[in-house]
Design a protein around this ligand. Structure first.
Ligand code: SKM
Length: 512
């Protein structure tokens, strides 16, 4: 059940020997073909070097000689550049890439002179933005008119919704087409290329060593996103947040989907506007989302129907498109996960197994009044704790505190807050999250007053807050506990199947 979208590995090196090394590696990691970027070679001797590379390559070759005027490295004579491409055809390259601007003239020059095996890709790159659907349609028509065998369009995604127009191009094109939205916000176009039938997608050998912004590694395409299994019917899921690169949800759900044979993909979704995202990706195949910071409250506002608990909390962590009518249903499964983890920590430390919640009657301080803060404050109240909400912006703290019948304060005030011993602290802000791991929401001195400290952050697992709490003698509860508890529930909502709990645990341990 393998799709037909190929994985092409760009090869960029100074010398042909280095290039050949990379090509061999590309084959090893599972690439289907390589793009030889001639413009990266120093001291390029066309006949000798092309002969060597095309002959020696253990994978099919796509030869590209990208000029600076199309975002490449070559700024020499145009005639020589096109001569090298003609030579690549003569020497048996499987594909060559020629830029739209010179394609009509170039294709004319090789008319009747090719062996017939080479496929000509005519490409157009836009490094500024992603044009309208109409403009893209015109571009495709212009490329087709050159006599291209394969159309290639690369745009720049300024917003994740820009990828939708690339999907449209792919879905409607009558000829083999490569469609890509570059940059971080275009990542989903590179992965869902397999769902929408792109001729190929690009995957790099090494993270960050890319020929265009936003390229994933071949390894991530294959191992993290199960690229070969993606097809036209694959259901799309993802975690909506900003930033989102830190999230382990894609690792977790993709492994879990695969293990139970569920035809779904789960993507990191770097979303600026939840509303725009949902109205753009409204097709029945976009079926389920997790929500993380800072979008849990916006997510709630975009639901068609809201679960009463999510409504009471004022934030969602999970959204499902109901198959029957396409309506978006919102849920909050955060608080259960977090509260269960905190209760477990308290029980273990007391050595008690009492039936009532060990949180009952405790002073429970929640830092942050965003989506996760709301869930924790709600959970604390449900369990009979006395809730205190501390937040950088006092107004937001006050609003949440009044909802749960608690007290509000600023973070500065929290520094000297010590009405009693045995308090419990929960951080729900992103302070201390990767990459800013040296930050912490509360001073170490203040931490000595708490008997238990929980952090909703799970990247890193041991945040500075938790490390200093531990050093101060508090019991600590990791964010991974909350993360895993809520993931079990979401998996079941996404798939209708029981969660493979052991596997999910293992994936998380391996990746945190
Ligand atoms: O509530 C979870 C959310 O479901 C996913 C997530 C993540 O992927 O980092 C973190 C929490 O907000």
């Amino acid at each position: 059940r393998r799709n037909s979208t190929l994985i092409c590995v760009p090869i960029m090196a100074d010398s042909v020997d280095q290039m050949l090394g990379q090509i061999r590696k590309a084959k090893e990691v599972g690439g289907d073909l390589v793009e030889i970027r001639l413009d990266y070679l120093k001291n390029f001797s066309p006949r000798q070097d092309l002969q060597f590379l095309v002959k020696q390559s253990p994978l099919p070759t796509l030869v590209t000689y990208r000029p600076t005027w199309e975002g490449g490295q070559y700024d020499g004579d145009e005639g020589k550049r096109l001569d090298a491409l003609r030579l690549a055809i003569e020497l048996g390259a499987d594909y060559i890439d020629v830029e739209l601007q010179v394609a009509p003239e170039f294709i004319n020059s090789i008319q009747g002179k090719t062996s017939g095996n080479v496929k000509i890709i005519v490409s157009s790159h836009n490094y500024q933005n992603s044009p309208s659907a109409e403009e893209l349609g015109n571009l495709v028509a212009r490329i087709q008119a050159t006599g291209a065998d394969i159309v290639k369009i690369a745009t720049t995604a300024l917003d994740i919704t820009d990828c939708a127009r690339i999907f449209q191009v792919l879905a409607h094109s009558q000829v083999p087409t490569i469609g890509i939205a570059m940059a971080e916000r275009g990542l989903i176009s590179r992965i869902l290329s397999a769902k929408f039938g792109s001729y190929l997608t690009f995957g790099s050998l090494e993270a960050g060593v890319v020929s265009a912004p936003g390229q994933p590694t071949v390894k991530d395409l294959l191992d993290l996103y199960n690229f070969r299994q993606i097809g036209p019917d694959t259901k799309v899921h993802g975690v909506i947040g900003k930033p989102i690169g830190h999230s382990k949800s894609p690792h977790l759900y993709n492994s879990a989907f695969k293990s139970v044979g569920f035809n779904g993909i789960y993507l990191p979704l770097l979303v600026d506007s939840v509303k725009n995202f949902l109205t753009t990706y409204s097709s029945p195949d976009f079926v389920g989302y997790s929500y993380t910071i800072p979008h849990k409250e916006d997510g709630l506002r975009c639901c068609d129907e809201i679960d009463p608990i999510a409504q009471a909390i004022g934030a969602i962590s999970c959204m499902i498109r109901r198959p029957a009518d396409g309506k978006l249903m919102g849920y909050n499964v955060d608080y259960l996960g977090a509260i269960a983890a905190i209760e477990e920590g308290l029980r273990a430390s007391n050595g008690t197994t009492s039936v009532g919640s060990p949180l009952a009657g405790k002073l429970f301080v929640v830092i942050g009044a965003g989506g996760a803060g709301k869930a924790l404050a709600y959970g604390g109240k449900e369990k009979g704790a006395r809730v205190v909400v501390a937040n950088r912006t006092f107004e937001k703290a006050k609003e949440l505190a009044s909802k749960v019948g608690g007290e509000a304060m600023t973070l500065a005030e929290l520094e000297n807050f010590h009405p009693e011993d045995g308090m419990i602290l929960a951080n729900t802000t992103s302070v201390g999250m990767k990459p800013n791991i040296d930050n912490t929401p509360l001073s170490k001195k203040a931490l000595s007053r708490y008997s238990l400290v929980f952090d909703a952050i799970y990247t890193p697992k041991l945040t500075r807050l938790l490390r200093e709490a531990q050093e101060s003698g508090a019991i600590i509860v990791y964010g991974t506990e909350m993360f895993i508890n809520q993931a079990f529930v979401q998996f079941e909502r996404f798939t209708g199947l029981p969660a493979p709990k052991e596997l999910i645990r293992e994936v998380l341990v391996r990746n945190t």
